[in-house]
Design a protein around this ligand. Structure first.
Ligand code: HEC
Ligand code: HEC
Length: 290
């Protein structure tokens, strides 16, 4: 992609609150103009899997993606969540995708340890920060989409997009209800990519404790949904059909960003430049301009 704005597929403000914005991650993918970065990635995908390297150590990024079945990957994550050793949200998300890539691509995916993302469970070490499913899935995004230089930054947009998609979802979805002992659970908006808001708001609405079977079931479905969505998006991306949009502030915080920005990681725009991030400001701050 020639500029970070290529494809300019940011969702319109009126789309922001759509309950079923799962497909929103892929919004306007047809409008995507294939750029150099994507062409190169697709070219790499077309060649056969490289033979295991005779030398130890991992090759440079990005690693090869293979088209995967989103539902198979999502179900794998849902089931892995409950695995007593390899389970939890971070591990479930990461390992489900990883094991399919090990099967389909082989090396270098075979070099990665199964338990690499176990620590991400419960918002990393139980701290309730980033939802571990997002951590596990974005680890894979980084490995397959990492790029060098200005044109290689699309993996950041993918992860940013994934996180604000997540914040708007009403979890858990019913996608895994056919294999769940607890179908039709109450759905609550995650509000942020933080495990803390995502889980605690749900627990309050569901009248469930964090240690309950219902909460685990809910988080297993979240893990599955995140993986389903990421696999769908990566398939589209490597097929040259999707460009992740750049983040745009929602209506209510546009003015915050204008003063407190910049909103990019390059700090290239004017502004006070003393806050970092794309979360919904009003979740934690009041509007001092009103
Ligand atoms: C017109 C410009 C402007 C807008 C719009 C604006 N701010 Fe500010 N904000 C400021 C300035 C100037 C300060 C004081 C900065 C300082 O003292 O360093 C400030 C201070 C703050 C602070 C720290 C001190 C405090 O008062 O708590 C927070 C947090 C903050 N703003 C959040 C927000 C949020 C959230 C929004 C949007 C809902 C927003 N601001 C909109 C200019 C703005
Ligand atoms: C998850 C909660 C959370 C979110 C979301 C959040 N903030 Fe904050 N922010 C904080 C906390 C906590 C502090 C520290 C406040 C303090 O020290 O009193 C802070 C500090 C700040 C400050 C003070 C910086 C300084 O030292 O002058 C500004 C400005 C600010 N936030 C703006 C924003 C803006 C703009 C957004 C939206 C893009 C935002 N925040 C989103 C929790 C949040």
């Amino acid at each position: 992609m020639d500029s970070p704005d290529a494809g300019s597929t940011s969702p319109k403000p009126q789309d922001e609150g759509r309950a079923s914005s799962r497909r929103g991650l892929l919004a306007a993918s047809a409008a995507f103009v294939v750029g150099g970065g994507v062409g190169a990635a697709v070219g790499a995908l077309a060649s056969p899997a490289p033979a295991p390297a005779p030398v130890p150590g991992a090759p440079p990024l990005p690693w090869e993606w293979a088209e995967l079945d989103p539902l198979e990957a999502g179900r794998g994550a849902y089931r892995l969540y409950e695995d007593p050793v390899r389970g939890g949200c971070g591990s479930g998300a990461y390992l489900s995708i990883l094991s399919l890539l090990k099967e389909k691509v082989g090396y270098p995916w075979t070099t990665l340890p199964d338990l690499m993302m176990s620590h991400a469970a419960a918002g990393y070490g139980g701290h309730g920060t980033l939802c571990g499913s997002l951590g596990g899935a974005s680890c894979i995004i980084g490995l397959v989409a990492y790029g060098y230089g200005e044109k290689g930054q699309v993996f950041r947009q993918m992860i940013d997009r994934l996180f604000y998609w997540y914040a708007k979802q009403e979890f858990p979805t019913d996608r895994f209800d056919d294999i769940s002992e607890m179908p039709g659970q109450i759905r609550v908006k995650a509000m942020s990519p933080l495990c803390h808001t995502s889980v605690s708001k749900w627990a309050l609405a569901a009248g469930a404790e964090i240690s309950s079977k219902a909460k685990k079931e809910r988080c297993a479905k979240v893990c599955g949904e995140v993986v389903y969505t990421v696999v769908l998006a990566m398939n589209e991306y490597f097929a040259g059909r999707w460009a992740p949009p750049r983040w745009e502030p929602s209506e209510g915080i546009r003015h915050c960003i204008q003063c407190h920005g910049p909103d990019d990681m390059w700090h290239s725009k004017p502004g006070l430049n003393h806050q970092q991030g794309h979360m919904e400001c009003l979740m934690c701050h009041s509007d001092h301009t009103k």
